[in-house]
Design a protein around this ligand. Structure first.
Ligand SMILES: NC(=O)c1ccc[n+]([C@@H]2O[C@H](COP(=O)([O-])OP(=O)(O)OC[C@H]3O[C@@H](n4cnc5c(N)ncnc54)[C@H](OP(=O)(O)O)[C@@H]3O)[C@@H](O)[C@H]2O)c1
Length: 264
């Protein structure tokens, strides 16, 4: 952050919904500002809805922080449609700009009504785990699984599930080769067919960032989309059904997000 102009980056971060009082939420924000070395956050998001705290209460506090210029926009995360509507209704001077939800080729429940509502209301969908935590990069197979604990317990990395997505990965590889792209780039680009959806892939290496940056300069055509839809349909019967569980952001937003690993 020290070597870039503040207005050239977009900083999005989330706070824990256990911050239930104005004092607690202010403290969380001040800690974030300090850690990030900045005087404002572009997009401040509620990480999860807290069933014990009425949504309007949190929204009123956020609206105050917005009025003070400490946050430039308010977002939510993991909100269902009813909760999103409630959050919007609770604000009188500004609006919810984004909902950060899990969305990828294998988890498409938001396509039922959330995307349509957000398109109409100009709320950005920020899609997390767009690469299914790496399962859709083509790197992993039943004999080469990730070794970290988090993914070891993820149902998408069981041998059966990895086997079930093989035809999809083959189709992705074929499309990627024809286009001179990588599988990752095709998987991310598939989400850009929705005008309001911005995937936020998790990156560990510089090569990941460079790869991801090449995901936006093309659009999949109808034939490619149809092929992928067919492969997704084929693998759906064997996909796990019970998985754990949008500022109009610029389209090049995905390589510009700074996020914090923890809240003090
Ligand atoms: N709001 C929420 O509740 C919530 C929940 C979860 C995550 N998130 C956010 O979502 C974002 C990312 O999600 P995610 O990390 O769960 O999953 P993801 O983006 O689906 O997968 C990320 C993993 O894929 C691999 N990868 C990334 N780029 C690659 C590339 N170009 N080529 C090959 N492999 C690549 C890396 O793992 P390997 O190299 O080890 O395979 C990386 O850790 C993060 O910003 C995170 O904070 C939000």
């Amino acid at each position: 952050m020290k070597n870039v102009k503040r207005d050239e980056v977009v900083i999005a971060t989330k706070f824990s919904p256990t911050r239930v009082t104005e004092k607690g939420l202010r403290k969380a924000l001040e800690n974030s500002l300090k850690r990030l070395g900045t005087s404002y956050i572009d997009l401040y998001q509620v990480h999860w809805p807290n069933p014990l705290i009425p949504i309007p209460k949190t929204m009123k506090i956020l609206e105050k922080l917005w009025s003070e210029g400490k946050i430039l926009s308010i977002g939510v995360s993991n909100f269902n449609l009813k909760q999103l509507i409630k959050a919007r209704e609770s604000l009188s001077k500004t609006d919810i700009v984004s909902n950060q939800v899990e969305y990828n080729m294998l988890k498409r429940n938001i396509e039922k009504s959330m995307i349509e509502y957000c398109l109409r209301e100009k709320v950005t969908i920020i899609a997390y785990s767009p690469l299914v935590q790496g399962a859709l990069t083509g790197r992993y197979t039943r004999t080469n699984k990730p070794r970290d604990l988090v993914r070891k317990s993820n149902p998408y990395f069981t041998s059966r599930k990895l086997e079930s997505i093989k035809p999809l990965l083959e189709a992705l590889r074929e499309i990627a080769e024809k286009r001179g792209k990588t599988i990752t780039q095709i998987v991310l680009n598939w989400m850009l067919r929705w005008e309001n959806t911005v995937p936020i892939p998790g990156v560990k290496r510089v090569e990941h960032v460079l790869d991801i940056a090449g995901a936006m300069d093309f659009r999949l055509n109808d034939i490619e989309l149809k092929i992928l839809e067919e492969k997704l349909h084929e693998s759906r019967s064997t996909n796990p059904s019970k998985l754990r569980h949008g500022i109009q952001l610029p389209r090049n937003y995905l390589s510009m997000i700074f996020y914090e690993k923890r809240e003090d």
